[in-house]
Design a protein around this ligand. Structure first.
Ligand SMILES: [Zn+2]
Length: 390
């Protein structure tokens, strides 16, 4: 797995010397019933071979060829590693080789060679994999699972066994109502203990998001005991019998809830951004305006179509990025260099500045505004306080 700090280091990386090149390799394991992993490994090897053929004599230096051959050997050995996706970042000239095993589903198998690493498929990973806890519970038991990417660890369990009926045989018939009330109190105390366990763990920042697995009939009582801050962290719920929830099953139910919740979040984020852009509020659309807002520090989240790509230029001196292919920087006047894809410069900027990056499937409305938009934290040209005073 990768950490935020490791992603940030990759975003900071840039080749400086002529001949230095950064190689990025993403391997996607075969989807079930789709391709055999053998075919996928062959596809990966073909990519490397093709890249070697594409490179002209000048770019085909010894160090790059060595990195690509290293990746080729890696691809050949990927047969047994079918469940995990893999990302490799290499630059032999700078003695850099980083290899990460990641959950599948993030990207296709691709290979790119450039001055910077190709981070677009990887940059949204932390927003799509929040530190997630799953609680499965019934009226007497609870289990707490910590889900970090595809790793599942049980971090706690509570048990409050049912009171032994018949303990006071002589009173059972006479005092049945009392026993029922007693039992309800016990259950309430159990749900309260679950709520306290969650509140304490949240206080220690052990999770960011929560999924609950419990029988539908118990949910209203459980919910009553949860602190409002916990309720806000709940992404969703799944229903079932406690005894049936193995950790693996709970984790896979939670993954489904998480995916639905992210899809819904992205849909509402896109629609809010487009609404805000239409009303000249906290939203902009189109590459030119997104780049300007990013440079002005206004952007909270950039939303782009997965396939979005556009040529642009980047100033080698002040790092200004411009959608117009101008030979000299409009900010400082120095020479610019052309980027085949603006994402090469833009994605590392989002990582370094903690700007959210959301990649969405093809969307007709987003397509009409250039396939890129941004939700802003504020707009520098609209100082509402000043306007209120005047
Ligand atoms: Zn400049």
């Amino acid at each position: 797995m990768i950490t935020r700090e490791e992603l940030r280091q990759l975003a900071d990386f840039e080749c400086r010397l002529p001949g230095e090149l950064a190689v990025t390799f993403y391997f996607h394991p075969p989807r079930p019933k789709d391709k055999s992993h053998r075919e996928e490994a062959i596809q990966a090897k073909e990519l490397v071979r093709k890249k070697l053929q594409e490179l002209d004599a000048a770019a085909r230096n010894r160090e790059l060829v060595a990195d690509l051959e290293h990746i080729l050997r890696l691809a050949e050995g990927l047969h047994g590693n079918q469940a995990r996706a893999k990302a490799v970042f290499a630059c032999r000239g700078r003695k850099l080789w980083r290899e990460f095993d990641l959950p599948p589903g993030l990207w296709d198998t691709t290979l790119s060679v450039n001055r910077r690493f190709h981070l677009k498929p990887l940059a949204p990973i932390f927003s799509q994999h929040p530190r997630l806890w799953v609680v499965v519970l019934d009226r007497h038991h609870a289990r707490f699972l910590d889900i970090d990417f595809d790793r599942v660890v049980e971090v706690g369990a509570l048990s409050n066994p049912a009171p032994r009926h018949g303990r006071s045989d002589g009173y059972a018939g006479y005092d049945g109502g009392h026993a029922q009330r007693h039992s309800d109190d016990e259950v309430r105390r159990h749900f309260h203990a679950v709520a306290e366990f969650l509140k304490n763990a949240s206080g220690r920042r052990q999770f960011e998001a929560l999924v609950i697995g419990c029988h539908d009939v118990n949910w209203p009582e459980v919910e009553k005991q949860l602190h409002p801050d916990m309720q806000k962290k709940i992404l969703g719920r799944f229903s079932g019998e406690f005894a049936a929830f193995t950790n693996e099953r709970a984790a896979s139910e939670a993954a489904r809830v998480l995916r639905d919740s992210i899809d819904e979040h992205h849909r509402s984020l896109l629609s809010e951004t487009l609404d805000q852009a239409r009303s000249n509020g906290r939203g902009v659309t189109g590459l030119r305006r997104v780049l300007r807002a990013t440079e002005q520090g206004e952007v909270e989240t950039i939303i782009m179509a997965q396939e979005f790509s556009a040529r642009a230029v980047e100033c080698m001196n002040c790092r200004h990025v411009d959608a117009h292919l101008v030979p000299y920087c409009p900010v400082c006047g120095r020479a610019t260099r052309e980027l085949d894809d603006v994402c090469e410069a833009l994605v590392p900027i989002t990582v370094r500045n903690n700007i959210g990056l959301v990649l969405v499937a093809r969307d007709e409305v987003l397509d009409r505004v250039g396939n890129i938009a941004a939700l802003l934290r504020f707009r520098a040209d609209q100082n509402k306080n000043l306007r209120a005073v005047s």
